[in-house]
Design a protein around this ligand. Structure first.
Ligand code: IPE
Ligand code: IPE
Ligand code: MG
Length: 243
């Protein structure tokens, strides 16, 4: 039987929320909250790498976030590139393999070039798989997979009867990505906000009131402990005939 301390999530997803509120509480512009969120991102990456977590998906920018004020959008778009520039060396040292997850259209070319470079440089790494969900929408990902399947059938490369859950999964943005088993959302909101809808089917959800710029190792490790306890309870009660 598996020791309880061995139970750890394979794939953690984080909806990083509360940057605006963090800044507002301090009388600062919203972008200052985003800026200070960089340290929380790095801490989450380090902790996951250290704990041997296989994948971490960070919701950095949703397809809905384009509706925010222009200056804020510009800051967020540029910040994603700046973080890659600043932190690539540390990703390499940690053995992190980074990928952009989301639609490419709408993202400026010079930003995409950095996403591509970081993905290429870190591709040989065998540690944590770090997904940056940028210009990402969960429904759009499933729709894109459905369109790819329809095209394959239309072109005669696939039969209608070959379409099942596994076939759809193979057409998601990162086909080999396992399901999310632990979803963390900061800043107290209890919404999915169109995050990885396919991968979240069986996830444990931990909502913390902590605002993203304040999110540190202790908060992530607490969420991992909570996950372990819930899964141990579930596994322990399975098959004993009781509800
Ligand atoms: C999360 O913080 C960052 C992004 C969504 C890009 P918010 O900017 O949503 O912060 P709040 O929700 O306004 O506090
Ligand atoms: C979700 O946060 C998206 C990201 C973390 C990138 P939002 O703050 O944009 O979501 P809503 O508006 O609260 O659902
Ligand atoms: Mg928010």
């Amino acid at each position: 039987m598996r020791e309880m301390r061995d139970i750890k999530p394979v794939h953690i997803g984080i909806i990083m929320d509360g940057n605006g509120r963090w800044a507002k509480m301090r009388g600062l512009p919203r972008i200052e909250g985003h800026r200070c969120g960089e340290e929380s991102i790095m801490e989450a990456v380090r902790v996951c790498a250290e704990h041997g977590i296989r994948a971490l998906s960070l919701f950095a920018f949703s397809t809905e976030n384009w509706d925010r004020p222009e200056e804020e959008v510009r800051f967020l778009v540029n910040m994603s590139r700046d973080i890659l520039q600043r932190r690539l060396e540390e990703f390499m040292a940690l053995g992190v393999r980074m990928r952009h997850v989301g639609r490419r259209d709408g993202i400026p070319d010079n930003i995409l070039a950095w996403f591509d470079l970081a993905a290429e440089v870190t591709a040989p790494n065998r540690g944590l798989n770090l997904n940056i969900n940028f210009n990402y929408g969960g429904r759009r990902e499933i729709l894109d997979a459905a369109l790819a399947l329809a095209a394959a059938v239309g072109e005669g490369n696939m039969r209608l009867t070959d379409i099942d859950g596994e076939a759809l999964r193979r057409h998601l943005y990162v086909p080999e990505l396992p399901d999310i088993d632990l979803l963390i959302r900061t800043a107290g909101e209890r919404r999915i906000s169109n995050f990885m809808l396919w991968h979240l089917a069986d996830a444990e959800i931990v909502v913390t009131p902590v605002l993203w710029p304040d999110f540190r190792r202790e908060h992530l490790e607490k969420a991992m402990r909570e996950f372990r306890e819930r899964r141990a309870r579930r596994d322990g009660s399975a098959g004993d005939g009781l509800d």
